[in-house]
Design a protein around this ligand. Structure first.
Ligand code: TXA
Ligand code: MG
Length: 317
């Protein structure tokens, strides 16, 4: 069990010594280490049990110059930075050769950069004065933590320092885009900043993701709770499933009406951002509950719901 603290200076000191620490961001908690300290980076991979070919996101504070790490910034990128940073948008950019540790970007010619908006994350970055690599603070393949307590429950390291910044307000990981050349960007991971919000800022720049790019870290099942989770797009099928399982189902649906009144569970708000805030939190609650399986009603397959939908499908089996 890690040690939960609200002492930002302690965490900065700890990171300066080459240790790693869990920190809050607005999306999910991250397992952070100095991006320029190879041993710290190696500790992150080891604690998460993460394969080395899954590159990490480098986190920076607002206003930091990216040119030490980035070789070229396509013309549309600055408008996205101005609009969405600090905030839940990660941008994969061409990397300056030899300036990013190959453990960070899996030896690729690109680096993923994000500027988080959580005030504690910003304070840690500013205090340290170095970029932080920070994958989600969960064991590889599991659902991401949205509270300090989730980190404590799910990462087995008694010495881990966990900075408590409350419950994450976004609730799912950042949107990731690859912005590697002038022709446009590709969405690599859906998130709360959806395709429409991006194209409002830079119209006609989105490319088809299936085209060219090698996308590491995109496994079909990637965000799994401990208990088996089944996704349903039809409510009557979900009802049948619940009946055959007796009362051992944790029901996460958009209607927690009288039909599911006897089950453990939670009604998801019918709004993509509010539902994102609840999704992992409720999956963690389901894992802690007495239920044996989880039934999740899928949201509609529209642009605004892609972030929640992608997580739900990958969490299911
Ligand atoms: O919201 C977030 O992004 C959270 C918080 C803690 O900041 N972090 C996060 O990190 O979700 P992680 O490691 O769980 O996911 C990073 C994703 C992986 O899917 C990885 O493949 C992708 O970013 N990625 C990192 N560098 C990349 C690169 N150079 N090219 C393509 N994908 C990259
Ligand atoms: Mg992750």
């Amino acid at each position: 069990m890690g040690l939960i603290t609200t002492d930002i200076d302690l965490v900065i000191h700890h990171l300066r010594q080459g240790h790693i620490a869990a920190i809050p961001t607005e999306t999910v908690y991250g397992l952070a280490g100095n991006a320029e300290d190879e041993q710290a980076i190696a500790k992150i991979f080891a604690l998460k049990n993460r394969p080395l070919n899954h590159p990490l996101i480098m986190h920076v504070a607002p206003g930091w110059d990216l040119s030490p790490w980035v070789s070229k910034q396509a013309s549309y990128v600055q408008a996205l930075i101005d609009q969405f940073w600090p905030g839940p948008l990660t941008i994969v950019l061409p990397c300056r050769e030899g300036q990013v540790n190959p453990l960070v970007n899996a030896g690729q010619a690109s680096v993923a950069i994000r500027c988080p908006s959580h005030p504690m994350a910003i304070a840690v970055l500013q205090g340290l004065g170095k970029p932080l690599v920070a994958p989600s603070a969960n064991a590889f393949g599991k659902i991401s933590p949205t509270t300090a307590h989730h980190v404590q429950q799910n990462l087995a390291d008694d010495d881990l320092l966990i900075l408590d910044g409350g419950r994450c307000t976004v609730g799912i990981e950042s949107t990731i885009i690859a912005a590697l050349d002038e022709s446009g960007y590709q969405i690599l991971r859906q998130g709360s900043i959806d395709a429409d919000s991006l194209s409002q800022v830079v119209p006609d720049c989105e490319l088809d993701v299936t085209q060219t790019i090698r996308v590491p870290g995109r496994l079909a099942n990637h965000y799994q709770p401990q208990k088996p989770l089944y996704c349903f797009d039809k409510l009557d099928v979900m009802k049948q499933f619940c009946q055959t399982h007796g009362l051992r189902v944790y029901v996460i649906s958009f209607v927690k009406n009288e039909q599911f009144a006897d089950y453990l569970g939670y009604p998801l708000p019918n709004d993509p951002k509010l539902a994102a805030y609840e999704l992992y939190y409720q999956l963690h609650r389901a894992d802690q509950s007495e239920a044996e399986v989880i039934a999740l009603e899928l949201p509609p397959n529209t642009t605004a719901w892609q972030g929640v939908l992608e997580r739900a499908i990958k969490a299911g089996r």
